[in-house]
Design a protein around this ligand. Structure first.
Ligand SMILES: Cc1ncc(C[n+]2csc(CCOP(=O)(O)OP(=O)(O)O)c2C)c(N)n1
Ligand SMILES: [Mg+2]
Length: 372
């Protein structure tokens, strides 16, 4: 069969269904747009708070870039960059309360930063020295799921638990456009709608599921998938940090009021590779990248705000300090014992696992010093 038969056509890549109205409070040129519905929701967000969101985005972009460099230098096995998605992550995460809980995929390191993850926490898993980066209870964030979409099920379950506990904490499930094609995500949404679970389904539509363009898997905007399941949805400019915060606040308020789940599609763009193992030059049209570079979330806030030079200098040094701390923490992580890879797999190890362990132990014995 010709490869062309199975390749997404140009028409699908540019699927018109993916364009349309978005909630937007700040245009890419940094102009504030009036919105009678969403303006009141962020009326308290003054220039100082916006500068705080700007700082978050600068810090996150800085450490994300550092992590890519660490991977290129052989210090990390892999890293999933979030370049371009800073507003979607910061705007939503900064709408949360400490007693809320989030369940994410692998790309939400900006969310982890907002929840309080420390530099070392972001390194452990990608350096391969631990099975999890942090204690979920300490920062109100589960450890990331690499299995696409499964965290949405955990989020719905946790949200139902909040109702049973009689607390008004809310839950956010983060996932990508590609995940919306998974059964798990639909099951989580149907269940949440049935029982009015206080959960926000937050989809970062970054236009790609690895090399598959969103237009191939979604003939309608992703946000249109939820109403069919009985969940209202909001389609927001995911590169507009203020609009994302407004949309997330609306959704969280609904959840706390007992009005059930909301779906948010944050329309954004993955400016880098899927992960450091990916080569997007094989499938990304450079013209698209240019188009999205003009909608950069950080640049639009720079155009809107007039941040004094000394504050910019402070923010830059804070970002540098976090990135430096992360690099140092990465170097300092202790190597695990090789055989510990078999620990915590199963409560009762199977004969197969025991056999594999002893074979690996014999292999390690071949080197001087045995296991070490
Ligand atoms: C259940 C499952 N199937 C397939 C994969 C392989 N895989 C890893 S990332 C990915 C694409 C996910 O795209 P999307 O949901 O849009 O998230 P993004 O990476 O763009 O943030 C796939 C298919 C996986 N990790 N888990
Ligand atoms: Mg995606």
């Amino acid at each position: 069969m010709l490869r062309a038969d199975v390749s997404p056509s140009r028409a699908l890549r540019k699927n018109k269904a993916q364009t349309g109205d978005l909630v937007q409070l700040l245009t890419p040129d940094g102009v504030r747009r009036e919105d009678p519905v969403y303006d009141p929701v962020v009326a308290d967000v003054d220039d100082e708070q916006l500068t705080g969101l700007y700082e978050d985005m600068v810090v996150v972009r800085r450490f994300d870039t550092e992590a890519v460099a660490l991977q290129r230098q052989g210090q990390l096995g892999l890293w999933p960059p979030l370049l371009g998605q800073e507003a979607a992550q910061i705007g939503s995460a900064r709408a949360l309360r400490d007693d809320d809980f989030v369940f994410t995929s692998y790309r939400e390191n900006g969310v982890a930063y907002c929840r309080g993850a420390q530099p070392a926490d972001l390194m452990r898993v990608w350096r391969g020295t631990a099975l999890a980066g942090w204690d979920p209870r300490s920062i109100g964030m589960a450890t990331p799921q690499v299995m696409i979409g499964s965290q949405t099920l955990h989020a719905t379950g946790y949200a139902l638990g909040c109702v049973k506990d009689g607390v008004d904490s809310a839950v956010v499930a983060y996932f990508g456009d590609g995940a919306t094609s998974k059964g798990d995500v639909h099951e989580a949404m149907v269940f949440a709608a049935s029982f009015q679970a206080p959960v926000v389904f937050f989809c970062q539509n970054n236009q790609w599921a690895i090399s598959e363009p969103v237009g191939l898997q979604a003939q309608r905007p992703i946000a249109d998938r939820a109403p069919g399941l009985g969940i209202p949805s909001i389609r927001v400019d995911g590169n507009d940090v203020l609009a994302v915060m407004a949309a997330t606040r609306v959704a969280l308020d609904r959840a706390r009021r007992g009005d059930g789940p909301t779906f948010i599609e944050a329309v954004t763009y993955r400016m880098g590779p899927h992960t450091t193992s990916d080569d997007p030059t094989r499938y990304v049209d450079p013209a698209d990248k240019e188009l999205w570079a003009a909608k950069d979330p950080i640049a639009r806030l720079e155009k809107f705000l007039t941040i004094p030079d000394d504050r910019v200098a402070d923010i830059t040094s804070k970002a540098d300090a976090f990135a430096t701390a992360m690099r140092e923490a990465c170097y300092a992580l202790p190597d695990p014992e090789p055989l510990s890879v078999f620990d915590h797999v199963l409560v009762e190890p199977t004969p197969d696992l025991i056999r594999q362990r002893s074979q690996y132990a014999a292999y390690l014995e071949m080197f001087e010093g045995g296991e070490g």
